[in-house]
Design a binder for this molecule. Structure first.
Ligand code: HSE
Length: 438
């Protein structure tokens, strides 16, 4: 059988990794897919730049439209990133009857509902394994491997840059800004690193995971997102003193009232496997009702690691070329007419435990006032630590771990504590999750 011809948009880190993996593993890939996969046409913004892969036999252009309009191309692989031009090109490819493979999380999180509807109408597939957690096959695991389960929650370290920063802060006691500069030098961060450190990149990925886990439409705008820029080395150290690590997690949880969708720094018990995922590595913990907790770990970014997911999608698409479009695995795991309209809960309705750090004058009664406020609101204190002030003039630092409470109540408690005459400045609050079997 003749090889399937693909068109590549983007020859950067992931694009060149994809060409390399397709060439190096051509024989195994053909044995798996049933047909060869040949890069026929590729577009890059600037063809004069040197490439890290062998492009012999590939037609090259600086016009991505030439690739999506090429009648010879059966599958378009979109690896240019960003969401405006990518959306236009992917919609054009679909309109032209081509299958699409993409690594673009922003594109799927923001425009996936429209893209999948168009693909469904045209009877083509849009595959996006590489959009979440790079090389980890988490989309396939959730959509197919766990299809017998009712997914209860998932929690993931899904931004390598953020995890690299928090790991270095903990291991080397360094400041946030200093480690971020190193992550940028090493090329881990997105073109705009605010996407990493403010949690937007993780929110894109969480949006996709939640839709596949719960069978809901993609709803990026409703993810509550908090970054890691305010985390200090002191908080990392105090968390460790209580037996916790701070990780930047994306959490999706189904409750009786709706779905929690949130990205924020989180204290997790240091004995959990996921608490020991360090550096740029990613991991996703998924709790299904039948299987229990399962953990998926691996490289969340990088040239060939991401290419691994792109090529797996290509193999899937090639295998499905002869199958009936009505019987393909649905884009969002559930049949498009069976998506549910579960509400996404506001943060005020979310229930978690908390780490609190506050500064207060070292006087009798201050601690009693704080404890009284928490007690009046029904918030139970699980552990507490008071650090002696460096000198008599300095305030004392009080650190508390609370039991689970609705965020609206904690907001009230913090406002009342900050209003006490003996407390100083703002109360630092970091959410805490036990990530146990419940
Ligand atoms: N900037 C992303 C990260 C790359 O740090 O995880 C992969 O999406």
């Amino acid at each position: 059988m003749k090889p399937v011809k693909i068109g590549l948009l983007g020859l950067g880190t992931v694009g060149s990794g994809t060409v390399k993996v397709l060439r190096r593993n051509a024989e195994e890939i053909t044995r798996r897919a049933g047909r060869g996969i040949e890069v026929a046409h590729a577009a890059a913004r600037d063809l004069s730049r040197p490439r890290a892969c062998d492009l012999s036999g590939v037609r090259l252009t600086e016009d991505p439209h030439a690739v999506v309009n090429d009648p010879e191309v059966q599958v378009v692989v979109e690896l240019i990133g960003g969401d405006e031009l990518a959306r236009e090109l992917v919609m054009r490819a679909i309109a032209n009857g081509k299958h699409v493979v993409t690594a673009n999380k922003a594109l799927i999180a923001k425009h996936g509902n429209e893209i999948f509807a168009a693909a469904q109408r045209q009877g083509v597939t849009v595959a996006f394994e590489a959009a979440v957690a790079g090389g980890i096959p988490i989309i396939k695991a959730l959509r197919e491997g766990l299809a017998g389960n009712r997914i209860q929650w998932l929690a993931g370290i899904i931004n390598g840059t953020g995890n690299f920063i928090l790991t270095a802060m903990r291991d080397q006691g360094r400041e946030f800004a200093d480690v971020l500069a190193e992550a940028q030098r090493l090329g881990y961060a997105e073109a705009d690193p605010t996407f990493d450190v403010e949690g937007i990149d993780a929110a894109h990925k969480l949006t996709i995971l939640a839709s596949i886990a719960f069978g809901i439409p993609l709803c990026f705008d409703q993810v509550s997102t908090e970054g890691i820029a305010a985390i200090t080395p002191e908080d990392v150290e105090y968390a460790a003193a209580f037996g916790y690590r701070i990780k930047h997690l994306g959490i999706a949880r189904r409750t009786g009232q709706g779905v929690e969708l949130r990205v924020h720094p989180t204290l997790i018990p240091e004995r959990r496997l996921i608490a020991n995922v360090d550096g740029v590595m990613n991991a996703v913990l998924v709790k299904g009702d039948a299987v229990g907790p399962t953990l998926y770990y691996g490289a969340g970014a990088g040239s060939e690691a991401t290419a691994s997911a792109v090529v797996a999608d290509l193999v899937d698409v090639v295998r499905s070329l002869t199958s009936d479009p009505e019987n393909r695995v649905p884009h969002l795991a559930f049949q498009p007419d069976a998506l549910s309209d579960l509400p996404i809960l506001p943060m005020a309705e979310v229930e978690t435990a908390y780490y609190l750090r506050l500064s207060a004058e070292d006087k009798p009664g201050v601690l009693a006032d704080v404890a009284r406020i928490l007690g009046e609101l029904g918030i139970s204190i699980e552990a507490m630590l008071q650090k002696e002030p460096p000198s008599e003039q300095d305030p004392a630092t009080i650190i508390m771990i609370t039991q689970r409470v609705r965020e609206a109540l904690m907001d009230q408690a913090i406002a009342r504590i900050e209003a006490l005459s003996h407390t100083r400045g703002q109360v630092v609050r970091i959410r805490l999750e036990h990530l146990n079997k419940d």
